[in-house]
Each structure stands twice: as structure tokens, then as C-alpha cells.
Design a protein around this ligand. Structure first.
Ligand code: KIV
Length: 280
């Protein structure tokens, strides 16, 4: 295969320009799809950024794919700040969004504002993400008013897993679909710069994307959104606990890593590693 050219590598001058919330809005206007992925550490963030991904989310999914927890609700503000800090030091181009963890923004708008400020000042994030619709809008407005961009998250909202009890597709009834649409409008009116729609019917996501002027980033929400996001450990085939059908696997790293570790162990046991060339 020929080596990728500059634009395929994502390193032309235009490609290297810093992504801002305004760039995302312009991408929506010119119908250029937005590519987003999660990252939780410096090395992964650097690789994602250099590949030309537009938005890097330090997601609270870190609880599941890195910490091995059952849900996202257990991750703390301090842990999110740690991951956000080691991600931001590896990123030059992508817009950096830090997930506010469960109970760091729900108690009251002042606490939400303080924690959003920490994401920006201490961890180098450029925006924060919150789950929820109308009930969270006063908080969104308060954060946006001090100059911190807020991304909303509707549909399947994993921080509410104990309320819903399942990770099944959401907004399948007309009432629920109308609620998601109302919440999306309310978030836009409250000043959110973008919204993630997770695991809802593609037609609904497309029609919300068309109605809103802010970008809508889908995950399991079909091709009609303004952009797509996946959990990096899912798309790399690293996280194997479940495999929802909206995850396209671009690699099967868990299998490759297993083979590498097994091969190494065999070599050590057989005294086939290190060789003289690998010794001093
Ligand atoms: O935490 C996360 O990774 C997310 C994405 C699934 C959007 O919220």
C-alpha cells in the first residue's frame, strides 16, 4: 500500500488549525462531518489528535474501559481531572471536552460552575459535557455565561443507568422522542455549543440535527447527525465486555495484545528473550 499523502495523514496546514467551538459550527454550516473520539491518557490522546480527529472527549466512560467499573457513575471529579490533565498535554489541534462526572454538576449551578472551572483551569479542557435536558438548562446557562462552552448529552444518558435499568435504545415512543427534541432545543437555547445524541432512532437524530443550528454529534444515532463519536477503546477492539451494534471496530487490539503478551511469556520461559543483540 502506498504511504498516505499529507492530507490523508491529516497534516496539511489547514488540517493542523486548532479546532474551536466556532470551527465546529462552521463545519456544520458547510456540512462537513465532525469526527470525535474519547481519550483518557497522553499517548492515546496524541495518536487521536495526530490522526486529525476534531474533538477529543475525556469521557466518564473511563470508569468502564480503564477502571473496569460496571457503570460510569462511580468516577470522581478528582479522577476526571487527572485524566483530563494527562490528555490535554498530548493534544495540539482537537477541541478538548471534559466530561463532568455524576454528581459534580447536579447539586446546584454554583457547584457545577466551580467544577467546570477546574476542568478548564486545572486540567486544560476547553469545554465541558453534561448529561440531561431541560432540568439542567439553568446550570448550562450559568457555565456558559462565564465563558466555558458546554456540550449537552441526550438520549441514552449513562449516568442515569440506575434510573433506567438498561442500556437499550431510547426515544422509541412518540412521547420520549418529543421529550428528546424539546430537551435538545432547550439546551441550544441555554447556550450549549453542541449536543451528543446517544442510541436513539436515526430518523429522530437526523431531524433534530436539521432543526438545530448547533452541531449534533451522534453515537448510535445514525448517519444523519453532524458528526460521530465513539469510545476509542470500543473502536479499537480493546474493550470486549459488550459490543453494541453501533460500534464499528477499526482494529482488534485485544486479540493482538493477548498474542503479544503470550508470545513474550513463551520466549522468556524458553530463554529465547533476550538475544545477544538485545543485551549489553
Ligand atoms: O463518556 C463517554 O465516553 C461519552 C461518549 C459515549 C459520548 O459520553
Amino acid at each position: 500500500m502506498p504511504p498516505p499523502n499529507a492530507s490523508q495523514r491529516g497534516d496539511s496546514a489547514a488540517d493542523r488549525r486548532k479546532i474551536t467551538t466556532q470551527s465546529l459550527r462552521r463545519m456544520k454550516e458547510r456540512k462537513e462531518p465532525i469526527a470525535a473520539l474519547t481519550a483518557y491518557d497522553h499517548l492515546m490522546a496524541q495518536l487521536v489528535d495526530k490522526a486529525g480527529v476534531d474533538v477529543i472527549l475525556v469521557g466518564d466512560s473511563v470508569a468502564m474501559v480503564v477502571q473496569g467499573r460496571e457503570t460510569t457513575v462511580t468516577v470522581t471529579m478528582e479522577q476526571m481531572l487527572y485524566h483530563a490533565t494527562i490528555v490535554s498535554s498530548g493534544v495540539e489541534r482537537a477541541l478538548l471536552v471534559g466530561d463532568l462526572p455524576f454528581m459534580s454538576y447536579q447539586v446546584n449551578p454554583d457547584e457545577a460552575l466551580r467544577n467546570s472551572g477546574r476542568m478548564v483551569k486545572e486540567a486544560g479542557m476547553e469545554a465541558v459535557k453534561v448529561e440531561g435536558g431541560e432540568p439542567i438548562c439553568a446550570t448550562v446557562r450559568r457555565i456558559v455565561d462565564v465563558g466555558i462552552p458546554v456540550m449537552g448529552h441526550l438520549g441514552l444518558t449513562p449516568q442515569s443507568i440506575h434510573k433506567f435499568g438498561t442500556y437499550q435504545v431510547r426515544a422509541t415512543t412518540p412521547d420520549e422522542a418529543e421529550e428528546v427534541r424539546r430537551d435538545a432545543r432547550a439546551l441550544q437555547d441555554a447556550g450549549a455549543f453542541a449536543i451528543v445524541l446517544e442510541k436513539i432512532p436515526a430518523q429522530l437524530a437526523e431531524s433534530i440535527s436539521k432543526e438545530l443550528s448547533i452541531p449534533v454529534i451522534g453515537i448510535g444515532a445514525g448517519a444523519g447527525c453532524d458528526g460521530q463519536i465513539l469510545v476509542t477503546h470500543d473502536m479499537l477492539g480493546l474493550y470486549n465486555r459488550f459490543h453494541p451494534r453501533f460500534v464499528r471496530r477499526y482494529a482488534e487490539l485485544a486479540g493482538q495484545m493477548h498474542e503479544a503478551f503470550r508470545h513474550y511469556t513463551q520466549d522468556v520461559k524458553a530463554r529465547a528473550f533476550p538475544s545477544t543483540g538485545e543485551s549489553y
